[in-house]
Design a protein around this ligand. Structure first.
Ligand code: PFF
Length: 452
Protein backbone atom coordinates (compact mmCIF):
# COMPACT_ATOMS: atom_id res chain seq x y z
CA UNK A 1 0.00 0.00 0.00
CA UNK A 2 1.51 3.41 -0.92
CA UNK A 3 2.62 5.67 1.92
CA UNK A 4 0.40 8.47 0.64
CA UNK A 5 -2.67 6.37 1.56
CA UNK A 6 -2.15 7.11 5.23
CA UNK A 7 -4.50 9.96 6.19
CA UNK A 8 -2.66 10.86 9.38
CA UNK A 9 0.70 11.23 7.57
CA UNK A 10 3.95 9.28 7.85
CA UNK A 11 6.70 9.79 10.42
CA UNK A 12 9.05 12.23 8.73
CA UNK A 13 12.08 9.95 9.15
CA UNK A 14 12.25 6.19 9.66
CA UNK A 15 13.94 6.75 13.03
CA UNK A 16 11.06 8.75 14.33
CA UNK A 17 8.95 5.65 14.69
CA UNK A 18 11.46 4.41 17.31
CA UNK A 19 11.19 7.65 19.23
CA UNK A 20 7.40 7.87 19.01
CA UNK A 21 6.89 4.21 19.96
CA UNK A 22 9.37 4.58 22.83
CA UNK A 23 7.50 7.70 23.85
CA UNK A 24 4.36 5.58 24.09
CA UNK A 25 6.15 2.77 25.92
CA UNK A 26 8.14 4.85 28.40
CA UNK A 27 5.89 6.49 30.94
CA UNK A 28 4.43 6.10 34.40
CA UNK A 29 4.50 2.34 33.85
CA UNK A 30 8.30 2.40 34.01
CA UNK A 31 8.93 4.96 36.71
CA UNK A 32 5.89 4.68 38.96
CA UNK A 33 4.47 1.18 38.42
CA UNK A 34 7.45 -1.08 37.68
CA UNK A 35 9.35 -0.38 40.96
CA UNK A 36 6.30 -1.08 43.09
CA UNK A 37 5.43 -4.23 41.15
CA UNK A 38 8.97 -5.49 41.74
CA UNK A 39 8.60 -4.48 45.40
CA UNK A 40 5.29 -6.34 45.76
CA UNK A 41 6.38 -9.43 43.84
CA UNK A 42 9.65 -10.36 45.47
CA UNK A 43 12.41 -8.52 43.58
CA UNK A 44 14.78 -10.48 41.33
CA UNK A 45 12.39 -13.32 40.52
CA UNK A 46 9.89 -10.84 39.11
CA UNK A 47 12.65 -9.10 37.15
CA UNK A 48 13.85 -12.33 35.53
CA UNK A 49 10.31 -13.42 34.65
CA UNK A 50 9.56 -9.93 33.36
CA UNK A 51 12.63 -9.97 31.05
CA UNK A 52 11.60 -13.39 29.73
CA UNK A 53 8.09 -12.05 29.09
CA UNK A 54 9.51 -9.04 27.24
CA UNK A 55 11.64 -11.21 25.00
CA UNK A 56 9.36 -14.16 24.34
CA UNK A 57 5.96 -12.51 24.46
CA UNK A 58 6.34 -8.73 24.30
CA UNK A 59 8.77 -8.33 21.41
CA UNK A 60 7.15 -10.82 18.98
CA UNK A 61 3.68 -9.42 19.66
CA UNK A 62 4.91 -5.84 19.35
CA UNK A 63 6.37 -6.73 15.94
CA UNK A 64 3.09 -8.36 14.94
CA UNK A 65 1.07 -5.26 15.84
CA UNK A 66 3.43 -2.91 14.06
CA UNK A 67 3.65 -5.12 10.97
CA UNK A 68 -0.12 -5.31 10.69
CA UNK A 69 -0.42 -1.54 11.03
CA UNK A 70 2.19 -0.88 8.37
CA UNK A 71 0.70 -3.42 5.98
CA UNK A 72 -2.68 -1.75 5.93
CA UNK A 73 -1.77 1.90 6.58
CA UNK A 74 -5.08 2.57 8.23
CA UNK A 75 -6.62 2.58 11.70
CA UNK A 76 -7.23 -0.82 13.31
CA UNK A 77 -11.06 -0.61 13.27
CA UNK A 78 -11.38 0.13 9.52
CA UNK A 79 -8.61 -2.30 8.70
CA UNK A 80 -10.29 -5.25 10.35
CA UNK A 81 -13.70 -4.27 8.97
CA UNK A 82 -12.16 -4.09 5.53
CA UNK A 83 -10.40 -7.45 5.80
CA UNK A 84 -13.61 -9.02 7.05
CA UNK A 85 -15.68 -7.47 4.21
CA UNK A 86 -13.16 -8.83 1.71
CA UNK A 87 -13.59 -12.21 3.46
CA UNK A 88 -9.88 -12.44 4.24
CA UNK A 89 -10.92 -12.96 7.88
CA UNK A 90 -14.26 -13.75 9.57
CA UNK A 91 -16.52 -11.06 10.99
CA UNK A 92 -15.71 -12.25 14.54
CA UNK A 93 -12.47 -10.23 14.41
CA UNK A 94 -14.37 -6.96 14.14
CA UNK A 95 -14.69 -6.85 17.95
CA UNK A 96 -10.93 -7.07 18.51
CA UNK A 97 -9.95 -3.43 17.86
CA UNK A 98 -12.89 -2.32 19.99
CA UNK A 99 -11.63 -4.32 22.97
CA UNK A 100 -8.14 -2.97 22.31
CA UNK A 101 -9.26 0.65 21.98
CA UNK A 102 -11.47 0.38 25.05
CA UNK A 103 -8.49 -0.90 27.08
CA UNK A 104 -6.44 2.16 26.06
CA UNK A 105 -9.34 4.47 26.89
CA UNK A 106 -9.90 2.89 30.33
CA UNK A 107 -6.18 3.07 31.12
CA UNK A 108 -6.27 6.78 30.35
CA UNK A 109 -8.97 7.35 32.99
CA UNK A 110 -6.63 6.39 35.85
CA UNK A 111 -3.33 7.19 34.12
CA UNK A 112 -4.36 10.83 33.97
CA UNK A 113 -5.00 10.87 37.73
CA UNK A 114 -1.51 9.50 38.45
CA UNK A 115 0.03 11.88 35.89
CA UNK A 116 -1.81 14.59 37.85
CA UNK A 117 0.15 13.54 40.95
CA UNK A 118 3.33 14.11 38.94
CA UNK A 119 2.21 17.66 38.13
CA UNK A 120 1.42 18.16 41.83
CA UNK A 121 4.96 17.07 42.72
CA UNK A 122 6.42 19.28 40.00
CA UNK A 123 4.71 22.21 41.72
CA UNK A 124 5.92 21.07 45.16
CA UNK A 125 9.49 20.64 43.91
CA UNK A 126 9.83 24.01 42.19
CA UNK A 127 8.17 25.89 45.02
CA UNK A 128 10.72 24.46 47.50
CA UNK A 129 8.23 22.35 49.49
CA UNK A 130 10.47 19.29 49.22
CA UNK A 131 13.61 20.94 50.60
CA UNK A 132 14.97 18.92 53.54
CA UNK A 133 11.89 16.68 53.62
CA UNK A 134 12.01 13.66 55.94
CA UNK A 135 10.48 10.25 55.35
CA UNK A 136 7.59 10.95 57.72
CA UNK A 137 6.92 14.30 56.04
CA UNK A 138 7.09 12.75 52.55
CA UNK A 139 4.57 10.07 53.55
CA UNK A 140 2.35 12.72 55.15
CA UNK A 141 2.56 14.90 52.02
CA UNK A 142 1.48 12.05 49.77
CA UNK A 143 -1.36 11.01 52.08
CA UNK A 144 -2.50 14.61 52.19
CA UNK A 145 -2.61 14.74 48.39
CA UNK A 146 -4.66 11.53 48.30
CA UNK A 147 -7.08 13.00 50.81
CA UNK A 148 -7.60 16.15 48.70
CA UNK A 149 -9.98 15.36 45.82
CA UNK A 150 -10.21 19.05 44.85
CA UNK A 151 -6.47 19.32 44.31
CA UNK A 152 -6.29 15.99 42.49
CA UNK A 153 -9.14 17.13 40.24
CA UNK A 154 -7.22 20.28 39.34
CA UNK A 155 -4.07 18.36 38.30
CA UNK A 156 -6.07 15.61 36.58
CA UNK A 157 -7.96 18.27 34.57
CA UNK A 158 -4.75 20.08 33.58
CA UNK A 159 -3.19 16.83 32.42
CA UNK A 160 -6.25 15.76 30.42
CA UNK A 161 -6.39 19.20 28.77
CA UNK A 162 -2.76 18.74 27.69
CA UNK A 163 -3.62 15.30 26.29
CA UNK A 164 -6.56 16.65 24.30
CA UNK A 165 -4.53 19.57 22.94
CA UNK A 166 -1.70 17.28 21.87
CA UNK A 167 -3.78 14.45 20.39
CA UNK A 168 -5.83 17.10 18.62
CA UNK A 169 -2.76 17.79 16.46
CA UNK A 170 -1.45 15.22 14.03
CA UNK A 171 0.77 12.79 15.97
CA UNK A 172 3.21 12.52 13.11
CA UNK A 173 4.21 16.15 13.57
CA UNK A 174 4.76 17.59 17.07
CA UNK A 175 4.98 14.38 19.05
CA UNK A 176 8.07 13.01 17.38
CA UNK A 177 10.08 16.20 17.88
CA UNK A 178 9.12 16.24 21.55
CA UNK A 179 10.12 12.64 22.20
CA UNK A 180 13.41 12.98 20.37
CA UNK A 181 14.53 15.49 22.97
CA UNK A 182 12.70 14.02 25.95
CA UNK A 183 14.00 10.47 25.88
CA UNK A 184 17.75 11.09 25.88
CA UNK A 185 17.37 13.82 28.50
CA UNK A 186 15.21 11.56 30.69
CA UNK A 187 17.76 8.76 30.51
CA UNK A 188 20.69 11.05 31.35
CA UNK A 189 18.84 12.57 34.32
CA UNK A 190 17.88 9.11 35.59
CA UNK A 191 21.46 7.82 35.30
CA UNK A 192 22.65 10.79 37.39
CA UNK A 193 19.91 10.26 39.97
CA UNK A 194 20.65 6.53 40.14
CA UNK A 195 24.31 7.38 40.78
CA UNK A 196 23.32 9.72 43.60
CA UNK A 197 20.87 7.26 45.11
CA UNK A 198 23.32 4.35 44.97
CA UNK A 199 26.00 6.51 46.57
CA UNK A 200 23.92 7.92 49.40
CA UNK A 201 21.41 5.10 49.93
CA UNK A 202 21.71 1.43 50.74
CA UNK A 203 23.14 0.20 47.43
CA UNK A 204 24.05 -3.31 48.63
CA UNK A 205 20.54 -4.21 49.82
CA UNK A 206 18.95 -2.61 46.77
CA UNK A 207 21.11 -4.54 44.31
CA UNK A 208 20.64 -7.77 46.26
CA UNK A 209 16.86 -7.34 46.25
CA UNK A 210 16.72 -6.40 42.58
CA UNK A 211 18.81 -9.30 41.33
CA UNK A 212 18.18 -12.10 43.85
CA UNK A 213 16.42 -15.23 42.70
CA UNK A 214 14.29 -17.36 44.95
CA UNK A 215 11.89 -20.08 43.80
CA UNK A 216 9.60 -19.17 46.68
CA UNK A 217 8.85 -15.89 44.93
CA UNK A 218 7.61 -17.62 41.79
CA UNK A 219 3.89 -18.21 41.37
CA UNK A 220 1.35 -17.89 38.60
CA UNK A 221 0.18 -14.61 40.11
CA UNK A 222 3.71 -13.25 39.75
CA UNK A 223 4.00 -14.52 36.17
CA UNK A 224 0.61 -13.01 35.29
CA UNK A 225 1.62 -9.69 36.86
CA UNK A 226 4.89 -9.77 34.86
CA UNK A 227 3.27 -10.55 31.54
CA UNK A 228 0.46 -8.03 32.17
CA UNK A 229 3.03 -5.36 32.91
CA UNK A 230 5.16 -6.28 29.88
CA UNK A 231 2.09 -5.60 27.70
CA UNK A 232 1.24 -2.42 29.60
CA UNK A 233 4.78 -1.14 29.49
CA UNK A 234 5.22 -1.80 25.76
CA UNK A 235 1.74 -0.36 25.08
CA UNK A 236 0.65 -3.53 23.28
CA UNK A 237 -2.70 -5.26 23.16
CA UNK A 238 -4.58 -2.00 22.75
CA UNK A 239 -3.93 -1.04 19.16
CA UNK A 240 -1.63 1.87 19.98
CA UNK A 241 1.39 0.30 18.30
CA UNK A 242 -0.83 -0.85 15.43
CA UNK A 243 -1.77 2.78 14.90
CA UNK A 244 1.86 3.96 15.10
CA UNK A 245 2.96 1.17 12.76
CA UNK A 246 0.54 2.56 10.19
CA UNK A 247 2.61 5.76 10.05
CA UNK A 248 5.96 3.94 9.79
CA UNK A 249 8.12 4.31 6.73
CA UNK A 250 8.74 1.18 4.65
CA UNK A 251 12.47 1.85 4.86
CA UNK A 252 12.70 0.86 8.53
CA UNK A 253 13.23 -2.74 9.66
CA UNK A 254 10.41 -3.67 12.01
CA UNK A 255 12.59 -6.12 13.95
CA UNK A 256 15.30 -3.55 14.60
CA UNK A 257 12.88 -0.77 15.46
CA UNK A 258 10.89 -2.92 17.89
CA UNK A 259 14.04 -4.31 19.56
CA UNK A 260 15.20 -0.75 20.14
CA UNK A 261 11.85 0.15 21.73
CA UNK A 262 11.97 -2.88 24.07
CA UNK A 263 15.57 -2.07 25.09
CA UNK A 264 14.83 1.58 25.85
CA UNK A 265 11.76 0.58 27.83
CA UNK A 266 13.66 -1.95 29.95
CA UNK A 267 16.58 0.41 30.56
CA UNK A 268 14.28 3.14 31.88
CA UNK A 269 12.46 0.66 34.15
CA UNK A 270 15.73 -0.63 35.61
CA UNK A 271 17.01 2.90 36.12
CA UNK A 272 13.82 3.76 38.00
CA UNK A 273 14.52 0.87 40.40
CA UNK A 274 18.11 1.98 40.86
CA UNK A 275 16.88 5.47 41.71
CA UNK A 276 14.17 4.37 44.12
CA UNK A 277 15.38 1.20 45.88
CA UNK A 278 18.65 2.33 47.52
CA UNK A 279 16.86 5.22 49.22
CA UNK A 280 13.81 3.15 50.04
CA UNK A 281 16.10 0.69 51.87
CA UNK A 282 18.06 3.44 53.57
CA UNK A 283 14.88 5.15 54.82
CA UNK A 284 13.03 1.90 55.63
CA UNK A 285 10.25 2.66 53.17
CA UNK A 286 8.16 -0.45 52.62
CA UNK A 287 8.89 -1.75 49.13
CA UNK A 288 5.46 -3.30 48.92
CA UNK A 289 3.73 -0.03 49.72
CA UNK A 290 2.13 -0.03 46.25
CA UNK A 291 1.34 3.09 44.24
CA UNK A 292 2.80 5.43 46.86
CA UNK A 293 6.37 4.03 46.57
CA UNK A 294 7.74 6.41 43.92
CA UNK A 295 5.89 9.43 45.29
CA UNK A 296 7.38 8.95 48.76
CA UNK A 297 10.94 7.96 47.73
CA UNK A 298 11.55 10.51 44.99
CA UNK A 299 10.72 13.60 47.09
CA UNK A 300 13.21 12.42 49.72
CA UNK A 301 15.92 12.25 47.07
CA UNK A 302 15.17 15.71 45.74
CA UNK A 303 14.64 17.16 49.20
CA UNK A 304 18.16 16.17 50.21
CA UNK A 305 19.96 16.72 46.93
CA UNK A 306 22.06 19.86 46.39
CA UNK A 307 20.03 21.93 43.87
CA UNK A 308 17.20 19.44 44.49
CA UNK A 309 14.58 22.12 43.89
CA UNK A 310 15.78 22.51 40.33
CA UNK A 311 16.60 18.87 39.63
CA UNK A 312 13.36 17.66 41.25
CA UNK A 313 11.28 20.14 39.30
CA UNK A 314 13.01 19.15 36.10
CA UNK A 315 12.56 15.42 36.81
CA UNK A 316 8.83 15.69 37.54
CA UNK A 317 8.43 17.83 34.42
CA UNK A 318 10.08 15.06 32.39
CA UNK A 319 7.79 12.53 34.05
CA UNK A 320 4.72 14.55 33.08
CA UNK A 321 5.93 14.78 29.47
CA UNK A 322 6.67 11.03 29.42
CA UNK A 323 3.13 10.39 30.71
CA UNK A 324 1.79 12.74 28.05
CA UNK A 325 3.55 10.97 25.17
CA UNK A 326 2.11 7.67 26.47
CA UNK A 327 -1.41 9.03 26.93
CA UNK A 328 -1.47 10.35 23.38
CA UNK A 329 -1.17 6.81 22.06
CA UNK A 330 -4.04 5.61 24.25
CA UNK A 331 -6.47 7.85 22.38
CA UNK A 332 -4.86 7.61 18.96
CA UNK A 333 -6.80 4.51 17.85
CA UNK A 334 -10.25 6.03 18.32
CA UNK A 335 -9.24 9.56 17.30
CA UNK A 336 -7.73 8.33 14.03
CA UNK A 337 -10.82 6.20 13.40
CA UNK A 338 -13.31 9.05 14.02
CA UNK A 339 -11.20 11.28 11.80
CA UNK A 340 -10.83 8.80 8.94
CA UNK A 341 -14.32 7.33 9.05
CA UNK A 342 -16.54 10.30 9.89
CA UNK A 343 -14.22 13.18 8.96
CA UNK A 344 -14.52 14.55 12.49
CA UNK A 345 -11.69 17.01 13.13
CA UNK A 346 -8.95 15.43 15.24
CA UNK A 347 -9.35 18.08 17.90
CA UNK A 348 -13.10 17.48 18.25
CA UNK A 349 -12.59 13.72 18.44
CA UNK A 350 -9.89 14.17 21.08
CA UNK A 351 -12.13 16.50 23.06
CA UNK A 352 -14.98 14.02 23.00
CA UNK A 353 -12.91 11.04 24.13
CA UNK A 354 -10.68 12.99 26.51
CA UNK A 355 -13.80 14.55 28.08
CA UNK A 356 -15.31 11.11 28.68
CA UNK A 357 -12.04 9.78 30.15
CA UNK A 358 -11.77 12.90 32.34
CA UNK A 359 -15.28 12.30 33.69
CA UNK A 360 -14.55 8.67 34.65
CA UNK A 361 -11.22 9.87 36.07
CA UNK A 362 -13.16 11.92 38.64
CA UNK A 363 -14.67 8.71 40.04
CA UNK A 364 -11.16 7.18 40.02
CA UNK A 365 -9.66 10.01 42.05
CA UNK A 366 -12.53 9.82 44.51
CA UNK A 367 -11.70 6.14 45.02
CA UNK A 368 -8.55 7.28 46.85
CA UNK A 369 -10.59 9.18 49.45
CA UNK A 370 -14.36 9.78 49.77
CA UNK A 371 -15.36 6.82 47.63
CA UNK A 372 -12.84 4.21 48.72
CA UNK A 373 -15.40 1.42 48.54
CA UNK A 374 -15.03 -2.06 47.13
CA UNK A 375 -16.82 -1.96 43.80
CA UNK A 376 -16.15 -5.53 42.69
CA UNK A 377 -13.94 -8.47 43.77
CA UNK A 378 -12.86 -6.59 46.87
CA UNK A 379 -11.26 -3.83 44.76
CA UNK A 380 -11.97 -0.11 44.64
CA UNK A 381 -12.48 1.59 41.26
CA UNK A 382 -8.81 2.46 40.71
CA UNK A 383 -7.65 -1.07 41.58
CA UNK A 384 -10.44 -2.57 39.49
CA UNK A 385 -9.59 -0.56 36.35
CA UNK A 386 -5.87 -1.23 36.80
CA UNK A 387 -6.37 -5.01 37.17
CA UNK A 388 -9.15 -5.23 34.56
CA UNK A 389 -6.95 -3.58 31.92
CA UNK A 390 -3.54 -5.10 32.78
CA UNK A 391 -4.63 -8.62 33.67
CA UNK A 392 -7.66 -9.15 31.44
CA UNK A 393 -8.14 -6.68 28.58
CA UNK A 394 -4.50 -6.29 27.50
CA UNK A 395 -3.74 -10.04 27.49
CA UNK A 396 -7.01 -10.74 25.65
CA UNK A 397 -6.36 -7.91 23.15
CA UNK A 398 -2.78 -9.06 22.63
CA UNK A 399 -3.79 -12.72 22.18
CA UNK A 400 -6.51 -11.88 19.67
CA UNK A 401 -4.38 -9.43 17.68
CA UNK A 402 -1.48 -11.84 17.47
CA UNK A 403 -3.65 -14.86 16.64
CA UNK A 404 -5.06 -12.74 13.84
CA UNK A 405 -1.58 -11.98 12.52
CA UNK A 406 -0.12 -15.45 13.04
CA UNK A 407 -2.97 -17.59 11.79
CA UNK A 408 -5.26 -15.52 9.61
CA UNK A 409 -3.32 -12.82 7.78
CA UNK A 410 -1.73 -14.30 4.63
CA UNK A 411 1.91 -15.10 5.33
CA UNK A 412 3.14 -13.49 2.13
CA UNK A 413 1.59 -10.19 3.17
CA UNK A 414 3.65 -10.25 6.37
CA UNK A 415 6.79 -11.45 4.63
CA UNK A 416 6.75 -8.40 2.38
CA UNK A 417 6.28 -6.19 5.39
CA UNK A 418 9.13 -7.53 7.47
CA UNK A 419 11.70 -6.71 4.76
CA UNK A 420 14.36 -8.64 6.55
CA UNK A 421 17.01 -9.77 4.11
CA UNK A 422 17.25 -13.19 5.74
CA UNK A 423 14.20 -15.39 5.56
CA UNK A 424 15.54 -17.20 8.63
CA UNK A 425 14.85 -14.03 10.69
CA UNK A 426 11.30 -13.92 9.43
CA UNK A 427 10.81 -17.59 10.24
CA UNK A 428 12.26 -17.14 13.73
CA UNK A 429 9.83 -14.33 14.50
CA UNK A 430 6.84 -16.04 12.89
CA UNK A 431 7.40 -19.36 14.65
CA UNK A 432 8.14 -17.72 18.01
CA UNK A 433 4.92 -15.77 17.73
CA UNK A 434 2.89 -18.82 16.74
CA UNK A 435 4.36 -21.50 18.95
CA UNK A 436 5.78 -19.67 21.96
CA UNK A 437 4.33 -16.18 22.49
CA UNK A 438 0.67 -16.97 21.87
CA UNK A 439 0.51 -20.31 23.73
CA UNK A 440 2.53 -18.87 26.63
CA UNK A 441 0.28 -15.84 26.90
CA UNK A 442 -2.86 -18.00 26.77
CA UNK A 443 -1.59 -20.41 29.45
CA UNK A 444 -0.28 -17.68 31.77
CA UNK A 445 -3.46 -15.63 31.44
CA UNK A 446 -5.80 -18.55 32.05
CA UNK A 447 -3.71 -19.96 34.89
CA UNK A 448 -3.50 -16.53 36.51
CA UNK A 449 -7.29 -16.10 36.27
CA UNK A 450 -8.04 -19.51 37.72
CA UNK A 451 -5.46 -18.82 40.41
CA UNK A 452 -3.37 -21.96 39.85
N1 PFF B 1 3.35 2.09 28.18
C1 PFF B 1 2.85 3.14 29.03
C2 PFF B 1 3.65 3.18 30.31
O1 PFF B 1 4.43 2.25 30.57
O2 PFF B 1 3.49 4.12 31.06
C3 PFF B 1 1.39 2.97 29.34
C4 PFF B 1 0.50 2.83 28.12
C5 PFF B 1 0.68 3.61 26.99
C6 PFF B 1 -0.50 1.95 28.17
C7 PFF B 1 -0.16 3.49 25.89
C8 PFF B 1 -1.35 1.82 27.08
C9 PFF B 1 -1.16 2.60 25.94
F1 PFF B 1 -1.97 2.49 24.91
Amino acid sequence: MPESRCLQGIWSSPWIFIFAASGSAVGLGNIWKFPYLIGENGGGAFLVIYCACLLLVGLPILMAEVALGRTVRSNPIDTINDLSERRVISSFWVVVPWIAGLAGFLILTFYSVIAGWSIAYFERAVSGKLVGITQVQATGMFNHLLASPGEMLLWHSIFMALVVLTVGQSVTRGLAALVRILLPVLIVVMVLLAGYSLKTGDAADAIHFLFRWSWQDVSFDVVLAAVGHALFSLSIGMGAMFAYGAYMSKRMSIARACSAVVTVDLVVSLLACLVIFPLAFAFHINLDSGPSLAFVSLPIIFGNLPAGQLVGGFFFLLLVIAALTSSISMLELFVAWLHEKFYIARFKAALLLGGAAWFIGIAVLLSFNHWDVKVLFDLNLFELLDKLTSLIMLPVGAILLSVLVAWFIPKTMLQNEMITRQTSHFRLWYNTLKYISIPALVVITLAGWIGV
